[in-house]
Design a protein around this ligand. Structure first.
Ligand code: OOG
Ligand code: MG
Length: 257
């Protein structure tokens, strides 16, 4: 039996992102299951590496109930971050380069030495050098921001851009820090880091486990996004967006008008 056209699907998703043009969902028709969807994601990453981008981290998705409910998919997913997706803290982003961008507040980890495959997962404090408030910009390449589980995995979990705020040493507790998403100084979403698996540190265990299943090892120096604590909010031209995480500070970006 001939399997799905992994390279062809990656090309379609890559062009959709490059041209900011939505495409219809494709997993059902192409017969993509979760494993094939991660293969598409890897091909999509390769397309970015081929044009000179560098892999700088990993992001988790749908690690909170709020996010699962918003998109109607209830499995934890992971995707890849490259240097071209990173926006400096306080930087400006051209919204014209995206289809229907949304922003969400995140917690980022700066990874230190991680266990070798088969080694027990060490103490979190050893595997993580620093933590920071972060913003993720997601932009599903599918029309109406609607997708199935394999669709969103193939589409690199809607990853589009991210901002990392100032790094701090790992605080005592990370499991119940208040999280705000502000748009133009008004609170748009309120949450707690507890929404991320009860404790965002668990997102790292899940990331190691789930990416490891597909032969992907996390690396020292990588940025790791633990997943949004609240639902995402549409990013309008001209908006000033800030994620505020208790004890960690803020990360912000401005959308060009
Ligand atoms: C999928 C990506 C989810 C998160 O933090 O939960 C994600 C999506 O919502 O389009 O990045
Ligand atoms: Mg996210």
């Amino acid at each position: 039996m001939i399997g799905p056209d992994i390279a062809g699907i990656a090309e379609q998703l890559g062009v959709a992102a490059d041209t900011a043009t939505a495409i219809p969902q494709l997993a059902a028709e192409a017969g993509l299951d979760v494993d094939a969807a991660y293969a598409v994601q890897t091909a999509l990453l390769q397309r970015r590496l081929d044009r000179g981008e560098r892999l700088v981290g990993l992001k988790m998705g749908l690690t909170s109930k709020a996010k699962m409910a918003q998109v109607g998919v209830d499995e934890v997913i992971w995707g890849r971050l490259t240097d071209a997706m990173r926006i400096p803290d306080g930087g400006t982003l051209d919204v014209g380069g995206f289809i229907h961008p949304r922003v969400e507040p995140e917690v980022a980890f700066l990874l230190d030495r991680l266990p070798e495959p088969g080694e027990p997962i060490g103490v979190f404090a050893e595997a993580v050098r620093a933590v920071a408030p972060a913003l993720e910009l997601i932009d599903s390449r599918y029309a109406n921001f609607t997708f199935s589980l394999p669709d969103v995995i193939a589409d690199n979990t809607s990853a589009a851009a991210f901002v990392v705020g100032p790094w701090s040493p790992v605080p005592e507790g990370l499991d119940n820090l208040g999280v705000l998403l502000e748009i133009d100084g008004r609170v748009a979403q309120v949450g707690s880091t507890a929404a991320i698996f009860g404790d965002p540190r668990r997102a790292l265990d899940e990331g190691l486990r789930l990416a490891g299943r597909h032969g992907v090892r996390l690396r020292e120096g990588w940025v790791f996004l633990a997943g949004a604590a609240t639902a995402a909010v549409p990013l309008r031209p001209g908006a000033h967006v800030r994620a505020v995480v208790e004890k960690l500070g803020t990360a912000s970006l401005r959308a060009s008008s």
